[in-house]
Design a protein around this ligand. Structure first.
Ligand code: 13P
Length: 340
């Protein structure tokens, strides 16, 4: 492991005013996204769509520091034969790769999931490094609610997922790839913001304990968490300043200062909420934070361009404009300079 090199990559991913584009939807998820715009999920359509994003010069050069890819995409060429990875590098962004194999049912824990993908990971990481990946992502999913007659999450779900995240992170660092450690507490359900706070803090503490036990060097990692928000079905929704205050308080308590940066997922927030929350944290708490806060959004960056594109070549300029706009808004939010 070359920790200096890992730390340099992590810092490049945290370049001020920039954040990460999560374009690593699995085959199943991209199919759902395409269905929502009436487009068939063929290999060519997936390529055209992602090529359109990566060729959005303003967004990629000014506001995107890294792109998370799916296995198919890291091997794909643009229409003119240029590898898609090269397009990302040419824009000055770091290519990354999703390496988990998805969340599967956790035995004896009704309603809960464990993320799989550790078997063979050492060899896959070697190959991905050769293909240009300098960081990776693994997402653990923690649901809040009820599983059968028990309240969830269970300690079993949190511990097994934290253990797998640390196993993944150690293997990445061994391969000189920066692990994005992503424990996502879902915002489905009707729980309130304080329940999200409590679960998020517990999960973060469990994850950092495992990272320590498994000798992961925090300086060569990036954390990708949920923000502290109420469940979507909670009758009492929270204002922007409450989300910012509680998220910052929770992370200050549970995330070591050695972590080079935190990039939030959007998790089902609207485009504008995701921007407003990030902006509020950076505008109000910058002096109080030991790490930079940025974005690693999938839906909150792609919903608008996906809709504008609708699978038609003639819509590419409009879709690129929509992507550039969201990227610019989130770039401003990273600096705490966004206003609606
Ligand atoms: P969302 O921003 O759509 O939640 O996606 C980010 C991501 O990469 C989830 O793993």
């Amino acid at each position: 492991m070359n920790l200096d090199a890992l730390n340099k990559i992590a810092l490049a991913m945290m370049t001020p005013g920039k954040g990460i584009l999560a374009a690593d939807e699995s085959s199943g998820t991209i199919k759902k996204r395409f269905e929502s715009i009436g487009v068939e999920s063929t290999e060519e359509n997936r390529r055209d769509y992602r090529e359109m994003l990566f060729r959005t010069e303003e967004a990629m050069k000014e506001y995107i520091s890294g792109v998370i890819l799916f296995d198919e995409t890291i091997r794909q060429n643009a229409k003119d034969g240029t590898p898609l990875v090269r397009l990302i590098e040419q824009a000055g962004a770091v290519p990354g790769i999703k390496v988990d194999k998805g969340a599967k049912d956790l035995p004896f824990a009704p309603g809960e999931k464990i993320t799989e993908g550790l078997d063979g990971l050492r060899d896959r990481l070697k190959e991905y490094y050769g293909l240009g990946a300098r960081f990776a992502k693994w997402r653990a999913v923690i649901d809040i609610g009820r599983g059968g007659d028990r309240a969830i999450p269970s300690v079993c779900c949190i511990k097994t997922n934290a253990h797998a995240l640390a196993r993944y992170a150690a293997l990445c660092q061994e391969a000189d790839i920066v692990p994005i450690v992503e424990p996502e507490v879902l915002m489905d359900g009707d729980h309130d913001i304080d329940r999200c706070y409590e679960v998020t803090e517990y999960v973060l503490r469990a994850v950092f304990a495992e990272l320590y036990d498994q000798r992961v060097a925090l300086e060569g990692t990036i954390l990708k968490p949920n923000m502290v928000v109420p469940g979507k079905k909670c009758p009492k929704q929270a204002g922007v300043s409450e989300v910012a205050e509680k998220t910052v308080k929770c992370f200050r308590a549970a995330v070591p200062a050695a972590v080079p940066g935190i990039v939030f997922l959007s998790g089902g927030q609207s485009d504008e909420e995701a921007t407003a929350h990030l902006n509020a944290m950076n505008a109000q708490y910058a002096d109080w934070l030991p790490w930079p806060l940025s974005f690693s959004y999938g839906r909150a960056l792609q919903a608008a361009p996906l809709k504008a594109w609708a699978g038609k070549a003639e819509n590419v300029p409009a879709a690129q404009k929509a992507f550039a706009h969201r990227a610019r808004m989130n770039g401003l939010a990273q600096r705490g300079e966004w206003s609606d």
